[in-house]
Write a protein that binds this ligand. Structure first.
Ligand SMILES: Nc1ccn([C@@H]2O[C@H](COP(=O)(O)OP(=O)(O)OP(=O)(O)O)[C@@H](O)[C@H]2O)c(=O)n1
Ligand SMILES: C[C@](O)(CO)[C@H](O)COP(=O)(O)O
Length: 231
C-alpha cells in the first residue's frame, strides 16, 4: 500500500506511582534528556510516521510544549492533549483527534523509550495487512497462575505466552470503533488490543519484538535504561 498515512498516539499522562519518584517517570532525565523525549524521537525519526499526538497530564501541557516539543524541535507533533484518569481514557482523547486522512493508528506508551524503527515499521506492515497487531516477546520464565491465597492453580504452556509491548497498531476505523464501544460500556482494559479482542471479530497478529523495548515502571528499570543508553 503506497502513501499510507500513519498517526501515533503517545499516552504520557500517567503519574508513575510505582516509580515512587518526585516527578512522573516520563519526565525523569537520562543524560539530561527526559524519557518522553527519547520516546518521541523514535517516531520523529521514522519515515513511515506522519503525525504524533501527545497526551499528557493537565498541568503538563505547557511544560511539554516548551521543554519537550520546542526544545527538541519535534516537527511531527500535531496536538498536545490533556489525558484522562486511566491510560485507556488518555488514548481515547488521542483517538478523537486522529486526522481524517490517517489510515493507520499506532499507540505507544510514553514510558517505553527504546522502541526501534524496525519494530515500528513491522507493526505498520502488519497493521496494514491484518488490521490489528501488537508487539510482544516470548516470556523467558515459567508463569504460574496463583489464587488470592498464593496457591498455584495453573501453569500455562510457556510456548503460548507472550509479554505484550507497544506499539499496538490498527486500521483507524477498527481501533476507533473498539474504543467507542469500550468507553460506552465503561469497560477498562490494560492494553489496546483487549478492546479489539472484546468488541471486534477479527484476528490480531502478534509481532515479535525485542526485549530491550521495556516500559519504565519501577526504579530497577531506570538502571537498565541508563545502561542501555550508555552501551
Ligand atoms: N491516566 C493515564 C495513565 C497512564 N498513561 C500512560 O500510559 C503509559 C503506560 O502506563 P503505566 O506504565 O502504567 O504508567 P503510569 O500510570 O504512569 O504508572 P503507575 O501505574 O505506576 O502509576 C505511560 O506512558 C503513562 O504515562 C496515561 O497516558 N494516562
Ligand atoms: C500497554 C502495555 O504497555 C502493554 O504491556 C501495558 O499493559 C500498560 O499497562 P500498565 O498496567 O499501565 O503498566
Amino acid at each position: 500500500m503506497n502513501n499510507v498515512q500513519c498517526t501515533v498516539i503517545i499516552p504520557a499522562a500517567g503519574k508513575g506511582k510505582r516509580m515512587k519518584h518526585d516527578k512522573s517517570k516520563q519526565y525523569i532525565e537520562i543524560d539530561g534528556k527526559p524519557i518522553l523525549a527519547y520516546t518521541i524521537d523514535a517516531f520523529e525519526k521514522c519515515d513511515e510516521i506522519q503525525n504524533i499526538i501527545l497526551v499528557v497530564g493537565k498541568e503538563e501541557v505547557d511544560y511539554c510544549r516548551k521543554e519537550i516539543v520546542e526544545k527538541y524541535k519535534f516537527q511531527k507533533i500535531i496536538a498536545i492533549l490533556e489525558g484522562g484518569k486511566e491510560r485507556q481514557d488518555s488514548v481515547y482523547e488521542g483517538i478523537k483527534k486522529v486526522p481524517e486522512d490517517s489510515d493507520i493508528v499506532l499507540i505507544h506508551d510514553g514510558a517505553r523509550p527504546f522502541v526501534g524503527a524496525e519494530q515500528i515499521k513491522q507493526t505498520i506492515d502488519n497493521g496494514i495487512r491484518y488490521g490489528a497487531c501488537v508487539l510482544g516477546v516470548k516470556v523467558k520464565d515459567t508463569i504460574k497462575v496463583v489464587d488470592d491465597d498464593n496457591n498455584i492453580v495453573d501453569t500455562p504452556n510457556r510456548n503460548n505466552l507472550w509479554a505484550i509491548q507497544t506499539p499496538q497498531t490498527f486500521k483507524k476505523e477498527l481501533i476507533t470503533l473498539a474504543y467507542q464501544k469500550a468507553q460506552n460500556d465503561n469497560y477498562c482494559a490494560t492494553d489496546d488490543s483487549m478492546l479489539v479482542e472484546k468488541y471486534l471479530d477479527i484476528k490480531i497478529k502478534m509481532v515479535e519484538g525485542i526485549y530491550s523495548n521495556i516500559k519504565i515502571t519501577t526504579t530497577e528499570d531506570l538502571v537498565i535504561a541508563k545502561n542501555f543508553i550508555h552501551q
